[in-house]
Design a protein around this ligand. Structure first.
Ligand code: EPZ
Length: 419
């Protein structure tokens, strides 16, 4: 089991470049089932992507990854397609459930393992199935699998989601691509990753309009030409490194390959806390700041403050003056990082889904354990701030979603090594 060793209190300076978004690449890989020859650029070389590619291979697509160029080519010659997503692949990477929409709309049937829960919550897929049923799919759950099929073709209709769900919006979008007639999806997730999936589907020939939280998919003619798509940058990785800069910049750090407009609310919140941020066209500069102020926030669907940055922001708030509050409103159990941070000296109490953080507190290095992707990166951030040495176990969680994390931090003078 690999570990990360961090010697804290090393001030950061230099440049970090942001990788492509894992959460945009995953649905777009599922959507590549609908294409013939797809080339994706700027893909992040992280574990979840390799698992999703393994799933596409299992289904019968030909894939080739060019690691040096962060490019993947996917071919669907249409022969020997296996419309099955097995438990062994979906259990470790829940986004595998996104192949359901593509397989159903293209082949009229799919057998997809229920993804099951994960550390941060039960992660149901009822909203995904609700939408597919509305489009005319027959759904049966048996032996831990979703059996979906449609006699002829899915039929476009109007679907109002009872609550906002990124995955359910994406599965409904994929399923509607070959449906007869127009589909109107209401109360959708409009995360940048969903919009990147939409821009990919438009290249496939779909006609899609987004108005607020309503997405309209009308008559489609799926072209089967070669499609080239560059994946959007990872805004959660960006937020993570902005917070690293806010915590430990010697003078300033520059973070590039991004579009600051996409992370407007994160930047506003960091500025409210007292972080000095200079926005450029495709980068941001995070400058050292004297003191940080407390804040109260709630995690919200985009464009609100993202739940995927909640753990990272909590570390920043341990260094802010006063009592801050973070309400986790999206997932039912996303505070696993709290006990670990408390072992490093943080003063955090949890009261019904709200973390109450008293700062500033001195953090000291400890041996800690990663529990899920974003919790583990919050332990890295705490290790950068803490006195002495921090050892982080189970860093396979980190490898699911952060490309070259230690190299990027090392290039900014952090003392961090994988053993
Ligand atoms: C996506 O997960 C992201 N994953 C998550 O990022 C992210 O935290 C989440 O959206 C929220 O932004 C990918 O894009 C691969 P949801 P998803 O459906 O689609 C409930 C990371 O760290 N819900 O928007 O699964 C659900 O339990 C990961 O990269 C239902 O009740 O999230 C949650 O409470 C973690 N029924 C809320 O909705 C459903 O059918 C939002 O979940 C689906 C979801």
């Amino acid at each position: 089991m690999q570990k990360l060793l961090i010697k804290g209190k090393r001030e950061l300076s230099g440049k970090i470049s942001i990788s492509g978004s894992k959460n945009a690449t995953l649905p777009i890989l599922a959507a590549s089932i609908l294409g013939k020859q797809v080339t994706l650029k700027n893909i992040p070389l992280v574990k979840d992507i390799f698992t999703m590619v393994e799933l596409l291979n299992f289904i019968g697509l030909e894939t080739k990854i060019y690691k040096k160029k962060n490019i993947i080519k996917i071919k669907n010659s249409g022969t020997k397609i296996n419309t099955l997503a097995p438990y062994k692949l979906v259990k470790t990477m829940r986004a595998g459930v996104l192949v359901l929409g593509s397989l159903l709309t293209k082949y009229g049937k799919a057998k997809v393992s229920l993804p099951g829960g994960c550390a941060i919550g039960s992660r149901p897929v009822d909203l995904h199935l609700f939408a597919l049923k509305k489009l005319g799919a027959k759904i049966k759950i048996k032996d831990g699998y979703i059996f979906a099929e449609v006699k002829k073709r899915l039929k476009g209709t109007t679907i109002l989601f009872p609550s906002v769900s990124v995955g359910a919006t994406e599965n409904a979008l994929l399923a509607s691509i070959n449906a007869e007639g127009k589909t109107i999806l209401k109360n959708c997730a409009i995360e940048p990753e969903v919009l990147d999936l939409i821009s990919f589907l438009k290249k496939l020939g779909a006609i899609i309009k987004v108005k607020g939280r309503t997405i309209i998919i009308s008559k489609n003619k799926i072209k089967s030409f070669k499609i080239i798509h560059k994946i959007i940058f990872d805004r959660i990785e960006l937020g993570t490194y902005m917070i690293a800069g806010a915590l430990m910049a010697k003078k300033e750090i520059t973070i590039n390959n991004i579009d600051p407009k996409i992370v407007k609310s994160e930047i506003e919140i960091l500025k409210k806390i007292g972080v000095k941020i200079i926005k450029k066209k495709n980068s941001v500069i995070i400058k050292k700041n004297k003191s940080l102020r407390k804040i109260n926030i709630k995690t919200r669907p985009y464009p609100g403050f993202p739940t995927d940055l909640q753990a990272q922001l909590m570390v920043l708030l341990t260094q802010a003056k006063g009592i801050s509050k973070i309400k986790e409103d999206i997932f039912e159990n996303r505070f696993m990082h709290v006990p670990e941070l408390k072992r490093m000296g943080a003063q955090i109490e949890i009261k019904n889904k709200t973390a109450i953080i008293t700062g500033p507190t001195k953090l000291t290095g400890a041996e800690v354990m990663a529990t899920d992707l974003r919790a583990s990166v919050s332990l890295v951030l705490a290790g950068l701030v803490a006195e002495n040495r921090t050892v982080i176990n189970r860093i396979y969680h980190l490898d699911r979603g952060y490309e070259f994390l230690e190299n990027k931090l090392k290039s900014c003078k952090a003392e961090i090594n994988r053993v």
